[in-house]
Structures are given as structure tokens and as C-alpha cells.
Design a protein around this ligand. Structure first.
Ligand code: BTN
Length: 323
């Protein structure tokens, strides 16, 4: 931890109370001018800190931002989010930046978060509604030792992790729509965009980007009927930091399960949360649409659909609509 983070920890322990500059400088083993300089840095990041002669400093308010120090505070992971967390007030797309960082050698567990995306990207070259404040726009860099053919596994485990995280920090019961949309009462609350870079036989890096509608209250007309947010469902604002922490913890947990026990337990959990087997659906693909009943999600995560004529279809990617 650098001086700024240690100073923040000390101020947080006495939030709402005065702590003298002398005590802080002794506690951190730095000069009083270093304390003052770092108070300036914290204020610049959005922390509201009062300063008064003879009294010292008093932390009044922690900003409602996805700040690295706040995400790390109490984060129970070994790797994910423990190294670099790059935070942006505005960015094109956290996935695009994370991919650039991965190419430059960023390690597994590196996180990119933003308060607002100007070019948020969704699956199939769609956009992702990313207004300032209210949402989580987060990308995680992975370096999985898997073959490119197995890379959809990362998408499945990310959907499970996101749904588990929502279960942990909200009273809601999210479901997963194949392959990786997170729904609440049939409306989309979160989406995942997994992007992999690989050579012939191994994946060099993966970026898992997640967008969650947390405290968003209004959506553009085009998605108003199909999207929802945690706030809309609960009428309560939720700490986005707590949700990011839960997500990183779940993601690390399920990534570990995949490494140690293989894909089956991940898929099993996915199947429970998706509740799709036996349901009549329509799948829309780039060039066609098929209606039928879901027979199963096979061991590779492929959707197996039986149509009215008794034909079986193996579907690798598409948009699912429940009938
Ligand atoms: C989808 O459902 O189509 C996937 C949406 C993924 C959106 C997230 S927001 C953070 C990350 N950065 C992006 O540009 N996209 C993903």
C-alpha cells in the first residue's frame, strides 16, 4: 500500500472524527507535509476531508465512485483485484482498454472500471448503455491455460459469478439466459462480453467485461421494455463497490473450480440458474431463426434444441427468446 492508501485507511478508521496531523505523520512514518500532500490527492479523488489548525483532519464522505482503494478494502480474493485496478471517470470501453493492457503484459486479475463509457460494447457488435453513475462497467484480465475451443467456458463461469454476486448482495433472484445474459423477472440486468486472444493451441489472454445496471433508473426507449436495474427491482440504491467486490470474489471462486475440478460443476450451477431445459424458445442467429424445445446444454455449453419436426439442432451462438 502506498502512503495515500495507508492515510485513507487511517482516516477511515476514525471516519467523522478529527485526527491530528502529528498522529497521522507518526502512524505513517512520513513528514507532515507528506500527509498534507496526500490529503490533497485524496480530495482530488473525491473524498471529502475537512482540515483545521490544531484539530487535524476529518474524513466526512467517501465518494460514490468505484475507486480502487474502496474496491480493495475488504475484498476477499487472492488475485482478482489485488493488483492493478485502473479507474476511469470516462472511457470508450473498459474491454478495449483492458485488451490493450493485456497486450502490454498486464497480469491476470487486473481490473479496469469506469464510471461512464462513451462506446460501451455488447455482444454481436451491439452497444451497451453506459450512463454516468448508476452502472458497473468492469473488465477483468485473465490468462487461462485452456485451448481456444474451450474458451466459451469462461463466459459460462462469468455468468454464474455475476448471478451469484447479485444473489449475495441483493434480495433478488436472478436467472441466466443462454449463454450469458443475467435477468430479473425476465428483464436484462447485466450482460457479459468475453473476448479472447489465442494462437493455434492456447489462449494468451481473455478479457471478461461485465455491465450491470445497478442504480440506473431510466433507460432509452429502445431497451425500456427489456432492461431493468437493481434499483428498479428493489427501489433501494445499492453500493456498486459491494457488488463489484462480490463479483470479483465469485469470479475467482468459479475460476478456481474450473481449474481444479473442470467445467462440469460450473455448467451444473449454470444449468440450475438458467432453468431453461424443456422450455419452448426461439433462437435468432445471423442467418436464420429456429423454434423448438430446449433438450439440454451439452458438456461444451452448446444449446441442443429439438424442433416440431423432430429434428435436433446444435446451436453455438444466438439470441434466445422464450415463447
Ligand atoms: C451484452 O450483453 O451484449 C454484453 C454487454 C457487456 C457490457 C460490458 S460493460 C463493461 C465492458 N466494456 C464494454 O465495452 N462492454 C463490457
Amino acid at each position: 500500500m502506498d502512503t495515500k492508501d495507508r492515510l485513507l485507511t487511517a482516516l477511515k478508521e476514525r471516519k467523522g472524527h478529527w485526527v491530528s496531523g502529528e498522529v497521522l505523520s507518526q502512524h505513517l512514518a512520513v513528514s507532515r507535509s507528506a500527509v498534507w500532500k496526500n490529503i490533497g490527492k485524496l480530495r482530488k479523488a473525491g473524498y471529502v476531508i475537512r482540515a483545521a489548525r490544531k484539530k487535524g483532519y476529518c474524513l466526512l464522505r467517501i465518494p460514490d465512485l468505484l475507486l480502487p482503494a474502496e474496491i480493495r478494502d475488504g475484498l476477499k480474493t487472492r488475485c482478482f483485484g489485488q493488483g492493478e485496478i485502473a479507474h476511469f471517470m470516462e472511457i470508450g470501453s473498459t474491454n478495449t482498454t483492458a485488451k490493450q493492457m493485456a497486450v502490454q503484459g498486464a497480469t491476470e486479475g487486473t481490473v479496469v472500471v469506469a464510471e461512464h463509457q462513451t462506446h460501451g460494447r455488447g455482444r454481436k457488435h451491439r452497444g451497451w448503455f453506459s450512463p454516468a453513475s448508476g452502472g458497473i462497467y468492469c473488465s477483468l484480465i485473465l490468462r487461462p491455460r485452456i485451448s481456444p475451443a474451450d474458451s466459451p467456458r469462461i463466459t459460462f463461469l462469468s455468468a454464474v459469478s455475476a448471478a451469484e454476486a447479485l444473489c449475495r448482495v441483493t434480495p433478488l433472484h436472478p436467472t441466466i439466459k443462454w449463454p450469458n445474459d443475467i435477468l430479473i423477472r425476465g428483464k436484462k440486468v447485466a450482460g457479459i462480453l468475453t473476448e479472447m486472444a489465442s494462437d493455434m493451441d492456447s489462449v494468451s489472454y481473455g478479457v471478461v467485461g461485465i455491465g450491470i445496471n445497478v442504480n440506473t433508473s431510466d433507460f432509452p426507449d429502445i431497451i425500456a421494455d427489456t432492461a431493468t436495474s437493481v434499483f428498479r427491482e428493489t427501489q433501494q440504491p445499492l453500493s456498486r463497490t459491494a457488488l463489484v467486490q462480490a463479483y470479483l470474489e465469485e469470479q475467482e471462486k468459479w475460476y478456481g473450480v474450473l481449474k481444479r475440478q473442470g467445467f462440469e460443476p460450473v455448467l451444473e450451477r449454470w444449468r440450475t440458474m438458467a432453468n431453461i431445459i424443456g422450455k419452448p424458445i426461439r433462437v435468432e442467429m445471423i442467418d436464420k431463426r429456429i423454434e423448438g424445445r430446449v433438450q439440454m446444454i451439452d458438456a461444451d455449453g452448446v444449446l441442443i434444441l429439438g424442433d416440431k419436426r423432430g429434428q435436433t439442432h446444435r446451436i453455438l451462438s444466438g439470441d434466445v427468446f422464450f415463447l
